[in-house]
Design a protein around this ligand. Structure first.
Ligand SMILES: [Fe+2]
Length: 315
């Protein structure tokens, strides 16, 4: 059972039949956009953030993979979900294309509707096509692409730093260079591949946002996890702790090869509210809500929501 089989088939049948593509409005009513992407809300406390820092709200999208495998309606749904989160900033962590640059205009047409400042890093599929072309397409619609560099972000009257590490799968990453401008500010890292998280933790990051794995995409129980671990992935889906750094591996929006996703790895947009930790209690704690239930109350000491995620340390 997966959430998009019938709608994807319907859209592909229309495209292959040569019929004119349905308008976005018709698609929305036909497939019900909100069901195409799961919206997840997280309140996260990280002890290494200075107390009194106002929360930072992030909308995190990754692995959009525009192309024949990912229905346009799902891209539109993802952008709408990101806007509805009303974040301070939108973070995108790579793999915008699949096997062709031909669909890039479709992607930029969708992403242009983002209502908040957006920052991005590239992924392996972008480099396998043409990283420069993908970067130019994103920058042409006002998305700031971070290539082993960082920017200062003002949110709620306080300074944050966004670090963007270039794709590590294709060996374009340079973590040291990406952090070179950091000066002890609260730091959020964008990296397509989460395996760099322990290095980021050692450099003071509070949060690392990643994608790449698609949450295993067709995971059923532990079988896919086992295969992915055999392939060297330690971070597969959801929350992890690398030292005192919280790591989120987003399941992504699209797919590159085949469209199916198991119900354990449904397409998602994540809303993350990052706050300082409490004086007592765990170093990292999270509260989670799913779908349309809105932002959860931030975790409180004694809530029993402390670090329900694996700890992956430097090896
Ligand atoms: Fe991907």
């Amino acid at each position: 059972m997966n959430e998009d089989t019938s709608s994807s088939r319907w859209i592909r049948r229309r495209q292959l039949s040569g019929q004119p593509r349905p308008s976005r409005e018709i698609l929305a009513s036909a497939v019900g956009r909100s069901s195409l992407v799961t919206r997840r809300y997280y309140g996260v406390r990280v002890a290494r953030l200075p107390s009194g820092l106002p929360p930072l709200r992030i909308a995190h999208l990754t692995d959009l993979h525009v192309g024949r495998v990912t229905p346009e309606a799902r891209l539109i749904a993802a952008v709408e979900a990101a806007n509805e989160l009303d974040p301070d900033v939108v973070c995108l962590t790579g793999d915008y294309v699949a096997h062709s640059l031909r669909y890039l205009p479709r992607l930029t047409h969708c992403l242009k509707a983002l209502k908040r400042p957006a920052f991005a890093t590239l992924g392996n599929h972008d480099y396998w096509q043409d990283g420069g072309a993908v970067r130019r397409a994103l920058e042409a619609i006002g998305i700031h692409v971070l290539m082993n560099e960082s920017v200062e972000l003002m949110a709620a009257g306080r300074k944050w730093r966004l670090v963007g590490i270039d794709d590590a799968v294709t060996n374009h990453h340079d973590v040291r260079r990406a952090f070179a401008q950091c000066n002890g500010e609260p730091t959020v890292v964008l990296s397509h591949l989460a395996e760099l998280a322990p290095d980021c933790a050692g450099r003071g990051a509070s949060l690392v946002l990643s994608g790449h794995t698609h949450g295993g995409q067709v995971r059923t129980g532990g079988v896919v996890d086992l295969v992915m671990r055999r392939m060297g992935h330690r971070y597969i889906m959801g929350w992890y702790a690398a030292g005192e750094t919280a790591v989120y591996v987003n399941r992504g929006v699209g797919a590159a090869v085949f469209p199916w996703r198991s119900r354990h790895a449904r397409a998602e947009v994540a809303g993350i509210e990052l706050s300082p930790g409490l004086d007592r209690g765990p170093r990292i704690s999270i509260a989670a809500a799913e779908s349309d239930h809105g932002w959860p109350a931030p975790p409180a000491h004694g809530d029993g929501v402390a670090a329900p995620f694996p700890r992956v340390e430097r090896t």
